[in-house]
Design a protein around this ligand. Sequence first.
Ligand SMILES: Cc1ncc(COP(=O)(O)O)c(C=O)c1O
Length: 397
Amino acid sequence: MREAAQSDQVRLARLGAYPFERLKALLSGCTANADVAPIDAGAGEPRLPLPAFVADTIAASLNGFSKYPSTIGSPALRQAIADWLQRRYGLTHIDAATQVLSANGTREALFAIAHALINPEAKKKPYVLMPNPMYQIYLGAALTAGGEPVFLPCTADHGFAPDLDAVEAPVWENTALTYVCSPSNPTGWIADSDYFARLLELADKYDFYIVSDECYSEIYWQDKPVGLLQVAASLGRHDFSRCLVMNSLSKRSALPGMRSGLIAGDAELIRRFTKLRSYTGPATPLPLQAVAAAAWSDETHVQQHLEIYRQSLKAFFDIYGGEIPAGSFFVWLPVEDDEAFAVAAFKQQAVTILPGSYLAAEDQHGVNPGRGYIRAALVDGPDCAAELARRLRAVRI
Ligand SMILES: Cc1ncc(COP(=O)(O)O)c(C=O)c1O
């Protein structure tokens, strides 16, 4: 018993402070330039107007607050999700009852899934592969679930694709789970069909699962991103075996405070995850599930948001220069020293951004591929994006 508790502590100890905590510590004691209005480009929190249907749907569903919501999601929500997946990815069929779950925001689901899918006894060493830099939840999930993280470097010379060739055969043989994030936070890389197809081939060969985080699927510069389920279906894999995708209303519908997302794919993995979730109970309140069903059923607001993100990206890069990322609303910019740049941006320009090294881990060669980059989120519309670009250009370290 004591040994188990100690090993839990060791696992937690391997987790560093969350990036925003580190940022807070970095900037504590610094004073922002008071002559200009602050710009917070640190968090990936869309700040667009609420879609019109939100208030009406909540008002019509208020009674739902007097009931316990089920964690799997109401039948109406799961059907709205299944319909959206079919429309968006051209799937012939996805079964709302067995292949779809509601998530209380995808953050919790991305974390919890490792606990449902990793069996620390099944492989010699259950490796969990993830991009590096990455959304930090994958790392926390791997470590707390008893997995061993393996980092796939995402560097400019490979177009920021997580490098599958960097993985040696013995690691593949012991891989339990691979996280992929497309469009990527923070680099903006988008997986193409060939990338997903290769990952599927490797998953079959080495017997592991793929969790595809597609939260930014509706935010892209030119080409609409493909999704893992779409590629699986195009290869005749209509049961989506080994695959789960997660997507969110936080980004697509600019509803991060609502805490609603989707989980979909392989019915057997959904069954296992449902069992775990019936104990942990991450349910979204019923009135919010009603809003979520409305949000998955409406594309007008999504198109309006996309237009704003595109204008913001253009406004930023017209002034800052450089290449517009393929997807997401983040810019990932090379700088000489990412921490020093973040401090200088705050002090000189009242701008909050994240040092890239906080979003990546040191790999087995001691390299942190986020070092020398900063991440800024374009979440306040084109005028603010233009102003952000002007201020970042003016930063001196
Ligand atoms: C890559 C990625 N995945 C998942 C999430 C989680 O979003 P939510 O929990 O709001 O659905 C985020 C949020 O920033 C993200 O950047």
